[in-house]
Design a protein around this ligand. Structure first.
Ligand code: URA
Ligand code: SF4
Length: 187
């Protein structure tokens, strides 16, 4: 099925209870042939209002990180593990992640990026599971490139700390900037 059709399906989705409290479904944004795909956790307040990923404070910092790595936001695809905002920005539950996973799975298959960058431990855990990689926690895995072979050649998986984590923990800000520069600076 075509990308726009699946996107429309998601925009009317009621597969988990998050539909009851959402304003907009945040499917994702960016070119559907992007080489790099960023995957956050879930939409927050501003994302839910605008229907776009990473447009609030964490998004502003993500923009800075992209610039530091020499990437343009309009060249990358950005989405989240779950497409609807959990009330009060709580963590998505395992059953919500499971219900929403087919959308992400479709996005990855269709876009077929060369590099996947999961942001934070939730997204990293889901992506590591998808590729059957053992996940040892974000503090161990951040900034490290994992290379795997698939039908289409090589795929890199580069987990990063979540940009929002640096808002609460200033010491992570420098780590994130360095990780982005080092791992994504010449892709
Ligand atoms: N945090 C996320 O994980 N995703 C967004 O889209 C915004 C904030
Ligand atoms: Fe559907 Fe995902 Fe929204 Fe749940 S979070 S209602 S599965 S789009």
């Amino acid at each position: 099925m075509k990308f726009e059709e699946i996107k429309k399906q998601a925009e009317n989705c009621r597969k988990c209870d998050l539909w009851k409290t959402r304003t907009n479904v945040v499917f994702g944004e960016g070119p559907t042939n992007a080489k790099v795909m960023f995957i956050g956790e879930a939409p927050g307040f501003n994302e839910d209002k605008q229907g776009k990923p990473f447009v609030g404070r964490a998004g502003k910092f993500l923009d800075e990180l992209l610039t530091a790595a020499g990437l343009k936001r309009e060249d990358v695809y950005i989405t989240n593990i779950v497409k609807c905002r959990p009330p009060n920005n709580r963590d998505p539950t395992d059953s919500e992640i499971k219900a929403c996973y087919p959308y992400l799975d479709f996005q990855i298959s269709h876009i077929n990026p060369k590099i996947i960058v999961p942001l934070g431990r939730h997204a990293s855990k889901v992506i590591f599971e998808r590729y059957k990689l053992p996940f040892e926690g974000i503090s161990k895995e951040h900034g490290k490139t994992r290379e795997i072979s698939n039908l289409f050649g090589k795929l890199k998986i580069i987990p990063m700390y979540h940009p929002a984590a640096a808002i609460y923990n200033q010491s992570l800000k420098g780590v994130l900037i360095e990780d982005f520069k080092k791992a994504l600076g010449n892709v």
